[in-house]
Design a protein around this ligand. Structure first.
Ligand code: ATP
Length: 620
């Protein structure tokens, strides 16, 4: 916590403790056989373990006690008095020495009691006529993702919000503390209420993260008493965290201890994720666990932050991986940038604190005045006793005169003391009235605070609802985007199909045109053909008529032919008969008489020649 703009990380190595580091089963390696975390002498703050090197702001060896560790952080812890939020936390594996460092023991007080002591020492040095401080103490633990108030019967606390004005808790009781003893007695009560149990490593293992908070408010009340309208005040919180250690949870035998160990590992996992992401300048989610939500103001750079990574000098064999992770966590945390701002209070808590500081100062003033008045009263009664003594001892007139003069002087002094006393009483009364006035203001502010808290609750609820709605809308949006993408792809497919169809349509149109063309041609042809057919039909009917006429003529001709053939046959028969007779005659006349045949006409001769021709074969 050097305030140089980075988280200050120190490594604290505890001496080897055989019961914790060697194991008791005789199988695990002994201290002298295990790897040691060694410091690099020429490089302060650097150390090595296994094959890796690590660098820190400080490395405290086994020889260092809590005083040494605290002194390295004192100045920065005291920054809370100047109005800066500060946080100191211990991180490490189970049994590594976190509780020893933060809480300590009667012999070696830890960071918390030492910080309280240092704060009160510093407050005591302040000029109490000009500045007043008011301290509120609270203690809680995070057990299995639940916040528990360690000072008020372990009641549940709700962490409502971590905004720019810091954290807001519902149901966390802050106790107004006036002295170191008062804080320490509250602190011990809180420590007694923690959840501790025996784990596989040691008897008093913290099963939850312990968070101690000291809200420190300052007020320049001397100005207020003079009636100045504005007070310069601050309200900042010192957070001291003893985190539970990472462990091999399943090595525990008790079911509840296993469950607690798993919950611790889970919340430390989220813390590691956040720190590594922030170190890598990657966006990160601080709302995954109660621990990261609680550490949000510190992790987001609004506070001075210091981390003490605790480890055994010779880590046990079964904690080697966790040890390396703890060292890496420390290195990553050391790279985080912080830019804390002075918390000049404007919050409701700040006003209350300021008025309380004012009240405390006024009460102190009143007690001083009362003491003064009492001492004056004592003085007056002492003077009265002296007067009486004088009266008794100086009986002579001379001595009586002297005594009376002395008495008169003492009476005058007494009178003036009375007057001063009355003045003081009047002032006291005024102070009393002012106090009552402030108290009624305080009450009004407290009522406002209660109202504001319930308004805040309602707002929180609204914020949660809005966040829920937003998540839903985002999910729907995501869905709609998916659908849109699908629709776009479909539209593209349709478009491609459309183009294809258009091309086909164009082709079809061309084909249709061609077909229409060909149809037109066919039609024309058909028309021509029809016309030709008509012409042919006409021609045909003419032909038909001609044919009929021809047939008729033919029939007539046939008839005539038949008649003719009949005639011709008769004639032929006649001719043949004649011819035969002629032949017979000629052949007989040669033998018996000359031919008596008729003289031949030219046609007859022709016919006869033809018939001879025809008949010849038969003759032969
Ligand atoms: N620097 C040290 N010097 C001597 N003893 C130490 C030192 N650190 C731790 N121890 C002892 O080691 C034991 C375990 O330490 P401590 O309880 O602090 O561990 P832790 O890290 O808080 O463990 P857990 O996470 O389980 O609560 C205790 O008995 C404690 O006294």
């Amino acid at each position: 916590m050097k305030g140089n703009g980075r988280v200050q990380v120190a490594l604290r190595l505890r001496p080897a403790i055989p019961a914790l580091d060697d194991g008791d089963d005789g199988v695990r390696k002994r201290q002298d056989q295990r790897a040691t975390i060694y410091r690099l002498k020429d490089k302060p703050g650097s150390c090595g373990y296994r094959d890796q090197g690590f660098h820190f702001a400080n490395v405290f060896g086994p020889e260092a006690d809590n005083v040494t560790v605290f002194e390295a952080h004192r100045a920065e812890i005291l920054r809370v008095l100047s109005g800066f939020d500060c946080m100191l936390m211990a991180y490490g594996t189970t049994g590594s020495g976190k509780t020893h460092t933060m809480i300590g023991s009667e012999d070696d007080l830890g960071m918390v009691p030492r910080a309280v002591k240092a704060l009160f020492e510093q407050i005591a040095k302040a000029n109490t006529t000009q500045i007043g401080y008011s301290l509120q103490f609270s203690a809680l633990e995070i057990l299995e993702e639940k916040c528990i108030d360690l000072l008020h019967g372990r009641r549940n606390v709700v962490l409502q919000a971590a905004g720019s004005s810091g954290l807001h808790f519902h149901n966390l009781g802050e106790v107004h503390v006036r002295s170191e003893d008062e804080v320490l007695s509250r602190f011990h009560a809180a420590m007694a209420a923690r959840t501790l149990a025996r784990n596989y490593k040691h008897e008093g293992s913290s099963r939850a993260h312990t968070i101690i908070r000291l809200r420190v408010e300052s007020a320049v009340f001397s100005a207020a008493l003079e009636g100045a309208p504005a007070l310069a005040g601050t309200s900042a919180v010192l957070t001291l965290a003893d985190l539970a250690g990472s462990e091999a949870a399943t090595m525990n035998t008790n079911h509840e201890v296993v469950r607690q160990g798993l919950a611790v590992n889970k919340s430390l996992h989220w813390l590691k994720v956040v720190v590594h992401n922030l170190a890598a300048k990657k966006p990160t989610q601080l709302r995954n666990s109660v621990l990261t939500r609680l550490l949000e103001p510190a992790l987001s750079g609004q506070a001075y932050v210091a981390v003490i990574v605790a480890s055994s000098e010779t880590p046990p064999e079964n904690a080697e991986r966790d040890t390396v992770e703890a060292l890496q966590f420390g290195v990553a945390a050391g790279s985080l940038v912080v830019a804390p701002k002075r918390r000049t209070e404007t919050s409701k808590d700040g006003k209350v604190g300021r008025l309380q500081a004012l009240l405390a100062a006024m009460a102190e003033e009143k007690s001083t005045l009362t003491t003064d008045a009492e001492s004056l009263r004592d003085q007056v009664s002492a003077y009265s006793a002296i007067v009486q003594e004088y009266r008794d001892s100086f009986v002579s007139s001379q001595s009586l005169k002297a005594a009376e003069e002395e008495a008169a002087r003492i009476a005058a002094e007494l009178q003036s003391a009375h007057e001063r006393n009355e003045g003081l009483q009047a002032q006291l009364k005024e102070e009393q009235e002012a106090r009552e006035n402030v108290q009624s203001q305080l009450k009004a502010i407290e009522e406002q605070a209660v109202e504001a808290t319930s308004r805040n609750d309602a707002l929180q609820h609204l914020v949660q609802q809005t966040a829920e709605r937003r998540r839903l809308l985002e999910a729907r949006l995501q869905l709609a985007r998916g659908e849109m993408e699908e629709a776009r792809l479909q539209a593209e497919a349709y478009e491609a199909q459309l183009k294809l169809d258009q091309r086909r349509a164009t082709k079809l149109e061309e084909q249709v045109q061609m077909l229409e063309e060909s149809l037109r041609e066919q039609k024309e042809k058909a028309e021509n053909t029809r016309r030709e057919a008509e012409a042919l039909a006409a021609h045909n009917s003419m032909l038909q008529e001609s044919v009929e006429r021809v047939e008729q003529t033919n029939a007539e001709f046939q008839k005539a032919m038949q008649e003719k053939e009949g005639l011709a046959a008769v004639s032929q028969a006649k001719d043949r008969t004649i011819l035969l007779r002629h032949k017979m005659y000629t052949s007989g006349s040669r033998m018996r008489r000359p031919s008596t045949a008729m003289p031949a006409t030219p046609e007859r001769q022709q016919q006869a020649a033809e018939e001879t021709e025809c008949q010849e074969p038969d003759i032969r």
